[in-house]
Design a protein around this ligand. Structure first.
Ligand code: ZN
Length: 235
């Protein structure tokens, strides 16, 4: 029996209106989760011509409205919206420069991951099989640097070519993806892993999966179209 085709959503680029709603929802979520305090944290979405849709500086994610979002041009000048750009845009730009496939970047100070970063400990995806498939074998911890120091921007750009999330010593989490949801989910997974890691440390120690299994999981990761090896094949 012939059935009418289901109406399919178009999976192309979101319109700017949709993008604003998605970005606002994620910004509110960052506050709701307790991953930011005061004016911390920021979210960007890549637009054509080097522009970014971004959360503004000097405003809590709790009270942010669609009208508060800004668009910056390729030189990071505000071209839409009445608020100012945040200085951590340079971190976002380093990721976008390294990764043409990345459309969104999320930055948080989520407490478990930031706590480990303060202690100088990297988040360890090899604790759980699913985490290795989702994030790879490591979430690098980038060395402490004064905010926006050139050496950290350069280190981030190198790391971003290989991974989808990092933590920054004495700072927080930066995660990215092909859309806002993917970037958010990676920031969420990094924080969740950090919480598990802290509890494992309390309970005794962090044990990781055997190397042979990690290798198999990384293979599964590539087959799922994730990670640098999958991008090489696709590219
Ligand atoms: Zn920050």
């Amino acid at each position: 029996m012939a059935t009418a085709p289901l109406h399919r959503l178009h999976h192309g680029e979101p319109t700017l209106g949709e993008a604003r709603r998605q970005l606002l929802a994620i910004a509110h979520e960052l506050h709701g989760r307790g991953w930011v305090a005061n004016h911390d944290g920021n979210v960007t979405l890549r637009l054509p011509a080097g522009r970014l849709l971004a959360t503004p500086t000097a405003l809590s994610k709790r009270v942010l409205t669609e009208q508060d979002l800004i668009v910056v041009d390729a030189a990071d000048q505000v071209v839409q919206g009445g608020r100012r750009a945040f200085s951590e845009l340079k971190l976002h730009r380093a990721v976008y420069a390294a990764r043409p496939d990345v459309m969104a970047v999320v930055h948080t100070h989520s407490p478990s991951a930031a706590g480990l970063a303060v202690a100088g400990v990297a988040v360890e995806p090899r604790m759980l099989a699913e985490a290795v498939v989702s994030l790879g074998a490591q979430v690098p911890l980038l060395p402490y640097a004064f905010p926006n120091a050139a050496e950290q921007i350069a280190a981030l750009q190198v790391a971003a070519a290989a991974v989808d999330a990092v933590t920054l010593e004495n700072h927080g989490v930066l995660a990215w993806g092909g859309d806002l949801e993917a970037a958010f989910l990676r920031a969420e997974l990094v924080e969740h892993l950090a919480t598990i890691q802290l509890r494992a440390l309390q309970a005794g120690r962090v044990r990781v999966l055997p190397d042979t299994d990690v290798a198999r999981l990384l293979d599964a990761r590539t087959k799922a179209g994730l990670g640098p090896d999958a991008r090489k094949k696709a590219g």
